[in-house]
Design a protein around this ligand. Structure first.
Ligand code: ATP
Ligand code: MG
Length: 431
């Protein structure tokens, strides 16, 4: 998993940026993970990944992308400043399916040029080093190990560092390609996982809390493209929870460009449940109604699963019995990627993906409104079904869906969202 915070530039302050221009064009090299294991499906994965990469830099002008062998992609922007290339690298570290991101120097495929740049990029390092060489063009005048040995001796000659092949403090990489060579040092871990959209579509039930954004990130990382559904307590609460959901989705949009957020005002439906006298079952009944509404929306959107941030036992509505009662409300599978995680683990993850600070902003959650004094921890499915028959919950869910507003919180900062499905949802220009 990535060890960085999603919003800080990990490249702009690195040694590559602002270095001697004579070192060669600065570009971005990405190493791919699981995608290379995909056998005959690989082309499909690559196509999806290339599209996702292009989408994440589509505001940055003339970007050139090329696949090098099975596991490497090069992204260049001819004529770009180092800072612009650093920005591209930052974005690549958020594209699902990318395991490592490096800022690299593109140099002529000649031993002298590679040696000169290799020695210079290793200037001013501390500790031990190793050289890793790789040839994608086997016609190069040396084998990979000969090249590594040769470059190693030149680095020792110039800087006097000690070699440590097993656990070096610094690594000099050289990759010889068909028309050029790439010289670089250590990079930054990417997200790993699979390209967003490769595994189909899902719909995330998104509160303003800590858990659901982390759940969304996990499933995007396994290749789902997700939409988001938020229930606000409106008209009985203020719009703060909507602002939070909006900001959270904009942050998550870095990992799957093109996110949609549907917002449903839920306050009146909650009141209706409450006045039916369900007392201790209020929370579970509310959650079932949310799921039914989500299922109706998923049907419109072509989503094949619902995703929640439930973790077993974290709150009283998340007992095993209650989770089973929630599953009973809908036919679609409910994915709960956080089910076995501790809160501290979830918070660490939220920090890394850049959602924790947003989730911690104060708001008035619709679920805390109307919370009964005692919450049922072992809800009985027949009781819940009976309540729902009385209230005609299916129709209520369909009605709630017609009140949905859709937003497109883009990390690229576009305004005015386009009108998108479902036909029943009205469009709001801002949250
Ligand atoms: P979170 O931190 O994600 O809010 P939580 O620990 O507060 O989770 P609950 O409030 O019980 O747990 O919610 C469990 C799950 O139900 C959430 O992770 C989310 O998927 C869904 N959920 C809860 N409230 C809402 C809401 N207002 N809108 C949409 N989904 C919600
Ligand atoms: Mg919550």
């Amino acid at each position: 998993m990535p060890t960085h915070c999603a919003n800080q530039s990990r490249f702009a302050s690195g040694p590559e940026v602002g270095a001697d221009a004579g070192l060669g064009e600065l570009c971005v090299l990405m190493k791919l993970g699981e995608i290379v294991l995909k056998g005959s499906n690989r082309k499909l994965f690559e196509r999806r990944l290339h599209n996702n990469i292009r989408a994440s830099v589509r505001d940055l002008g003339d970007i050139r992308l090329s696949q090098r062998g099975a596991g490497v992609i090069i992204v260049r922007k001819p004529g770009a400043s180092d800072l612009e290339v650093a920005e591209i690298a930052d974005r690549m570290a958020n594209v699902m399916g990318v395991v490592w991101v490096h800022l690299v120097r593109r140099v002529p495929k000649e031993l002298d040029a590679v040696t000169d740049v290799g020695v210079r990029v290793m200037e001013g390092r501390e500790g031990t080093f190793a050289v890793r060489a790789r040839r994608r063009d086997k016609r190069f005048e040396m084998t990979s190990s000969e090249l590594a040995g040769y470059l190693g001796s030149k680095v020792i000659e110039a800087h006097g560092y000690k070699v440590n092949l097993k656990r070096p403090d610094n690594t000099l990489y050289v990759e010889v390609d068909k028309d050029e060579a790439f010289v670089f040092t250590d990079g930054v871990p990417g997200q790993g996982g699979l390209p967003a959209g490769m595994s189909g579509r899902g719909l995330v039930l998104m509160s303003g809390g800590i858990d659901s954004p982390v759940a969304a990130h996990r499933m995007i990382r396994r290749g789902l493209k997700v939409d988001f559904l938020h229930f606000s307590g409106m008209p009985f609460t203020g719009p703060e929870s909507i602002y939070k959901a909006y900001s959270l989705v904009r942050q998550l949009d870095r990992y799957q460009v093109g996110s949609r957020l549907f917002v449903v005002p839920f306050g009146k439906a909650q009141q209706q449940l409450k006045s039916s006298g369900i007392e201790r079952l209020q929370i579970v009944a509310q959650r079932r109604l949310m799921l039914k509404t989500a299922e109706a929306l998923a049907d419109d959107l072509g989503a094949e699963c619902l995703i929640t941030g439930d973790a077993l036992g974290q709150v009283s509505s998340q007992t095993m019995t209650n989770l089973t009662a929630l599953d009973d409300a809908v036919d679609l599978p409910i994915l709960r990627p956080l089910i076995g995680m501790d809160k501290t683990e979830i918070m660490d993850q939220a920090r890394r993906i850049g959602t924790l600070a947003i989730s911690e902003l104060p708001d008035e959650d619709c679920c805390t409104m109307l919370t009964p004094r005692q919450v049922e921890t072992a809800a009985k499915i027949p009781d819940l079904r009976q309540i729902e028959r009385r209230l005609d919950a299916e129709e209520l869910a369909e009605h709630l869906l017609t009140t949905a507003q859709v937003h497109k919180p883009s990390f690229l900062g576009e305004a005015a969202p386009k009108r998108v499905a479902p036909a029943s949802a009205s469009v709001a220009t801002t949250a």
